[in-house]
Write a protein that binds this ligand. Structure first.
Ligand code: MGD
Ligand code: MGD
Ligand code: SF4
Ligand code: MO
Length: 721
């Protein structure tokens, strides 16, 4: 809807996983309004306050428009050809002298929201062939990939909770009302959860904090951080003991059900109640209700992935869904059929083919854990990392022990960042290469359609033409690739063809060859980019459909219920349960967890004035009982101290957090010198990851245990300033 002087542009917001349809009313280059697109068949008008950030990114005077080169602490603009040549020359020289593993790469979260990077990043990475690849995956969803690989044979066979049809949603360690959902693309999740309850369904939330999502739930249970694997085992134990296990249609395709029954038998509710903080009777009742529901799904996200037993949690969640017959059935945990088949072009995945040099942490899918990056730089071995490329990442604020990583970055011979901003990480680079912002490029969600609660497709053409000379992320990657590839004639030809095709034509090919596609016939029916583009609100491809066992990627199309590596990892959990200072410890020590706010997105949306209004959000939440014990009041400013660091924050006393647990949001800490983020600098907050510990990882797969960090809290004597 636009007035006579304005035009309306339709697209998907690419800032978070919800992929909301938006309408942008604009007059030439001036954005007049950004609203939810009511005609979008998937999001039906939903947006969150961050949608307007698309305009703020576009207009932000701090956003970098030209490559920058650092000399000491001074930055100066450089032309594109010169910047690209210099980056390639420096990386090439270090590689020649010290070998390919001396170059490291860190890939941040926005890459999965970026069509061009998804198509042009992999070829460059293959050319670099470094074993020192790191990404946000190992501070995020890695355990989901591991469980999918081990059970279903492919790291991307991720079961998605069918929220729109389920009768019972058991949610652990997720707060979609603030995060808008993750590994569950479901725009307007709050409405979907309310609809679940209106149709008589049940929502149970397990979280050490009484979250915004818990407020919508029938039941919320506090749980001691890091003990979810025990709870899940006890749920399974009850289900087996009460004869409620009925895998149904898939039973004949599952292996090792008896092993699972035997393993779970060790963990009756009474044995885990003290450790988890949930009474045994409540656990047993929850198990019975879950198993009795006509459809049910257990879903666990960041709080159960980024903890010491994340791999076990995601395996046990899949098990709970499978043994109750809820895997691959409507209302349960289902698989998507996106219009571009991402599984076909990604490897199945692998664990532990090589290990990090210093600590011996395993690679997963070709990447080493981000928790190992700093130490791989800060050592004196000849094979240490000497150069780093960061691509849309801010690991100083987003990976554990950010302070140590900063020291490491300062030691590199060369660092280059492809990024929109001069921030806490990129300020350490020698060169920053800024790409075009989201509204200047074409967009299609290759990843989030794979994770969506419904099959849909939408193409978002660029709204604005890039300013003169600007490059897209994919063009920067392609230019670097061109300069760094020294392959065969065949390899060079392939690269040249890929480079000529560009994201649009590659997407068209992907759509044509996908499950709804026209094939390669010029006039065949079915989906092509041209046809999709004509549907500016996007198209609905229907609800998720059962697809097992045919779509399994495992040998013989079998579901392995008791993968050896996961079964073996139970030993770590047993030892922890038995240790006197283990999970049940009541040592008086506090456990630190994170949180999200709907107006933030990880570390990079604190520079937009409209999202920063109101009171300070970077506060430490503490239960009144702990506050009383420590003689703290609501006016206190406190220091939070861990093995790795010390930060200060205003205290917020609330019974919405569990006794013994404190919570600080992540993504803050914008008071570091020399960044170019005027608004963020004036609302700096403190970085949670100055407190998280790189030594605390899920040893099975190297995922950082960002939740459950042991901290103490001290009162600051005088209020600052
Ligand atoms: N303690 C704690 N730590 C956490 C988490 C937590 O819950 N608790 N959450 C973790 C999770 S889930 C994640 S995903 C990670 C995120 O970790 P990161 O991806 O490392 O961090 P982001 O804050 O997302 O930083 C994104 C960067 O990309 C840049 N950028 C944005 N858009 C573009 C673009 O289109 N192109 C380019 N080239 N650059 C762009 C931004 O300027 C910013 O520098 O953090 C993790 N860290
Ligand atoms: N507004 C906003 N939206 C976002 C982001 C953002 O930064 N801001 N980030 C995006 C990204 S990259 C991601 S990955 C998603 C993440 O999406 P979610 O997984 O929904 O993320 P969180 O809101 O961090 O929810 C994690 C919950 O786990 C709880 N928790 C912590 N430790 C434990 C534990 O040991 N056990 C249990 N059961 N719970 C625990 C925390 O209290 C918290 O409520 O959000 C995405 N959306
Ligand atoms: S929930 Fe907000 S940030 Fe996420 S896609 Fe929708 S409008 Fe964008
Ligand atoms: Mo994430």
């Amino acid at each position: 809807m636009s007035s006579p002087s304005t035009t309306t542009h339709y697209r998907a917001c690419n800032l978070c996983e919800a992929i909301c349809g938006i309408e942008i009313e604009h007059s030439g280059d001036e954005i007049v309004a950004i609203r939810g697109d009511r005609e979008d068949p998937f999001s039906r008008g939903h947006v969150c306050p961050k949608a307007v950030a698309l305009k703020d990114i576009q207009d932000d005077p701090d956003r970098l428009r030209r490559p920058l080169r650092r000399t000491g602490t001074e930055w100066s603009e450089v032309g594109w050809p010169e910047a690209l040549d210099e980056v390639a020359a420096r990386l090439g020289a270090i590689r020649r002298e010290h070998g390919r593993d001396s170059l490291a790469v860190y890939l941040g979260n926005p890459n999965v929201h970026n069509l061009g990077v998804l198509l042009y990043g992999p070829p460059l990475l293959r050319t670099l062939r470094t074993r020192n690849r790191y990404s946000a995956t190992s501070v995020d969803q890695l355990p989901h990939h591991l469980a999918a690989l081990e059970m279903f044979g492919h790291q991307l066979m991720l079961p998605i909770p069918d929220v729109d049809r389920t009768d019972f949603l058991l949610m652990l360690g997720a707060n979609p009302v603030a995060s808008n959902g993750s590994l569950m693309t479901a725009p307007g999740i709050e409405r979907r959860l309310k609809e679940l309850r209106e149709r008589g369904g049940v929502l149970v939330v397990i979280d050490p904090r009484h979250t915004e999502t818990a407020r919508l739930a029938d039941r919320h249970h506090f749980i001691r951080p890091g003990t979810d694997a025990l709870l899940l085992l006890a749920l399974l134990q009850t289900i087996f003991a009460e004869g409620l296990a009925k895998p149904g249609r898939l039973a004949e395709h599952c292996d090792s059900l008896d092993t699972v029954r035997r393993l779970a038998a060790e963990f009756p509710p009474a044995r885990v109640a003290a450790a988890t903080g949930i009474p045994a009777a409540e656990i047993a009742a929850l198990a019975s209700r879950f198993a009795a529901a006509s459809s049910a799904v257990c879903y666990g996200r960041l709080g159960v992935s980024t903890q010491e037993f994340g791999g076990l949690c995601q395996w046990l969640i899949n098990l709970l869904n499978t043994v109750t017959g809820n895997l691959d059935r409507p209302g349960g945990a289902m698989f998507t059929l996106p219009a571009v088949d991402a599984l076909a072009s990604y490897g199945r995945g692998h664990l532990g083919r090589w290990r990090s040099r210093v600590r011996g942490l395993p690679e997963f899918g070709g990447e080493l854990p981000a928790a190992a990056l700093a130490e791989e730089i800060l050592n004196d071995e000849p094979q240490r990392i000497r150069a780093l490329l960061t691509l849309a990442g801010n690991p100083v604020l987003s990976t554990p022990n950010g302070g140590q990583l900063e020291r490491a970055l300062g030691r590199l011979d060369f660092m280059v960042s492809i990024d929109l901003y001069l921030n806490e990480t990129t300020r350490h680079a020698h060169l920053i290469l800024p790409p075009t912002p989201p509204l200047e490029r074409d967009h299609y969600d290759l990843v989030f359609n794979l994770l969506a609660v419904r099959n849909t497709a939408k193409f978002s053409p660029a709204l604005f033409r890039p300013s003169r000379g600007a490059l897209h992320d994919w063009q920067i990657l392609d230019e670097l690739h061109k300069r760094l590839a020294n392959g065969s004639l065949g390899g060079r030809l392939k690269r040249a063809v890929w480079s000529r095709l560009g994201p649009r034509r590659l997407l068209d090919l992907g759509l044509r060859l996908g499950p709804y596609g026209s094939g390669l016939k010029p006039f065949g029916g079915g989906l092509t980019l041209a046809r999709l583009e004509r549907q500016e609100h996007g198209i609905d491809l229907g609800p998720l459909e059962p697809c097992l066992p045919e779509r399994l990627h495992s040998p013989g199309n079998r579901i392995e219920l008791a993968p050896g590596r996961l079964v073996a990892d139970l030993d770590r959990l047993r030892r922890r349960l038995a240790a006197p200072a283990g999970l049940a410890a009541g040592t008086g020590e506090l456990r630190l967890i994170g949180r999200r706010d709907v107006r933030s997105n990880n570390s990079w949306m604190h520079n937009f004035p409209r999202l920063m209004r109101g009171r300070d959000r970077c506060t430490l939440l503490m239960h009144p009982r702990d506050a009383a014990r420590l003689e703290l009041s609501d006016e206190s400013r406190v220091a939070v101290v861990s093995r790795t660091g010390r930060v200060t924050a205003p205290l917020e006393i609330t019974d919405r957090v569990m006794p013994g647990v404190v919570s600080l949001p992540h993504g803050w800490g914008h008071d570091r010198q020399g960044t170019r983020l005027a608004t963020a600098n004036s609302h700096p907050g403190a970085s949670l990851n100055d407190l998280t510990d790189e030594r605390q990882v899920d040893l099975l797969c190297g995922t950082a245990a960002l939740n459950g960090v042991a901290v103490s809290v001290e009162k600051l004597s005088a209020p600052p300033g």
